[in-house]
Design a protein around this ligand. Structure first.
Ligand SMILES: Nc1ncnc2c1ncn2[C@@H]1O[C@H](COP(=O)(O)OP(=O)(O)OP(=O)(O)O)[C@@H](O)[C@H]1O
Length: 338
């Protein structure tokens, strides 16, 4: 769906400082997948997203979207290509002087749809985003979540294959954020719509993305399937995002663990994934290997629809190597923390 090769983009015209916003980005997004780009403020997320529909033209690199080399298109061809790429925004960008229905109809008018087809298409789109009864209202009469639903209906109007989401839930409260993410996940499933979203929250990535790229200073520092990146982050930036999402203070945790008297190699983190998360494995392993354990930290949650669990345990007595082997045999990932 998307292939980016070595994309560079800088800002500044020689007078002020030269800012390297994108410093050699390569990544691929498959058809029908939800791809997250996470990074701190200034990492280059918005610039990268805007490159994907050429709202921002890169200095160099190659860019293929839906089989087309976007950089080689003329203006008319680019307008056509953009109809296959929808976009939604943090602050919705609705026209305040137009009704909800007129906002959704807007891209259809620009694409010169026959007038008779516009009203039924708008009705279908509003029903799809749960706003069937709201077409006559003005944006100011809607909640933030409803405004984003209008933004989504408008973005889908011309039947795009790709939806770009620019911090689409950052202005919303947690409950509304969840509802909008659920709607995006549903559109991804039902329409096979590929979604690229940028965010500074790992929780957004965890809820709906299949794969993620972590951006720092214009570079991709880590990328992979969300479960892999989330459960086993390699880069310091990624680890910080995960700790924020999990509400973990690493320093505090180190201090707590430092007070526990435990033999080297006996502080373990276990990661369970899938249905195995709910199995009473630990009790069985303890019985068979004769170990005792104390639980220092634990959580069970989901990555997209897959359950996972992570437990930090301190082990005493018994056959530690045997216990580790039994856990590994059952597909539990074991890391020795200390
Ligand atoms: N039009 C512009 N002119 C000059 N500098 C820009 C422009 N747009 C972005 N930048 C700079 O490029 C870098 C990357 O910005 P970008 O907005 O892509 O980051 P971001 O990760 O989206 O950050 P945020 O989450 O704060 O929006 C920053 O240093 C920013 O100041």
């Amino acid at each position: 769906m998307i292939e980016l090769q070595d994309i560079h983009k800088h800002f500044g015209n020689g007078e002020g400082p030269r800012i390297k916003a994108l410093d050699g980005i390569s990544l691929g997004v498959k058809a029908g997948e939800v791809f997250g780009i996470i990074g701190h403020s200034g990492a280059g997320k918005s610039t990268l997203l805007r490159v994907l529909n050429l709202l921002e033209r890169p200095d160099s690199g190659s860019l293929r979207v839906a089989g087309q080399d976007l950089l080689s298109l003329d203006d008319a061809q680019l307008r056509g290509a953009r109809q296959r790429i929808g976009m939604i925004f943090q602050h919705f960008n609705l026209l305040g002087s137009r009704t909800v229905a007129e906002n959704v109809a807007w891209p259809l008018r620009i694409a010169r749809w026959p007038a008779a087809q516009i009203a039924p298409r708008v009705a279908e789109l509003l029903a799809r985003v749960g706003l069937a009864e709201q077409g006559h209202k003005y944006p100011a009469q809607l909640s933030g979540g409803q405004k984003q639903r209008v933004g989504i209906a408008r973005a889908l109007a011309t039947g795009p294959e790709l939806l770009l989401c620019d911090e689409a839930t950052s202005a919303l409260d947690p409950q509304t954020t969840r509802a909008i993410l659920d709607l995006l996940a549903q559109l991804n499933r039902e329409l096979g719509l590929a979604i690229v979203l940028i965010t500074h929250e790992m929780d957004v990535v965890r809820r709906i993305c299949d794969r993620v790229a972590v951006l720092e200073a214009g570079r991709v520092v880590e990328t992979g399937p969300v479960a892999e990146v989330f459960l086993h982050p390699q880069h310091a930036v990624t680890r910080r995002f995960v700790q924020e999402a999990e509400n973990i203070d690493e320093n505090e945790q180190h201090e707590d663990y430092a007070q526990i008297h435990i033999r080297p190699g006996h502080l373990l983190r276990l990661t369970f994934q899938g249905e195995r998360t709910y199995e009473p494995l630990l009790g069985e392993v303890a019985r068979r290997s004769g170990i005792d354990f104390g639980i220092l930290h634990g959580r069970i949650d989901r990555i997209k629809s897959t359950p996972y669990g992570q437990l930090t345990i301190a082990v005493t007595g018994g056959d530690l190597a045997g216990a580790q082997a039994l856990l590994a045999e059952r597909g539990v990932r074991v890391e020795v923390l200390r």
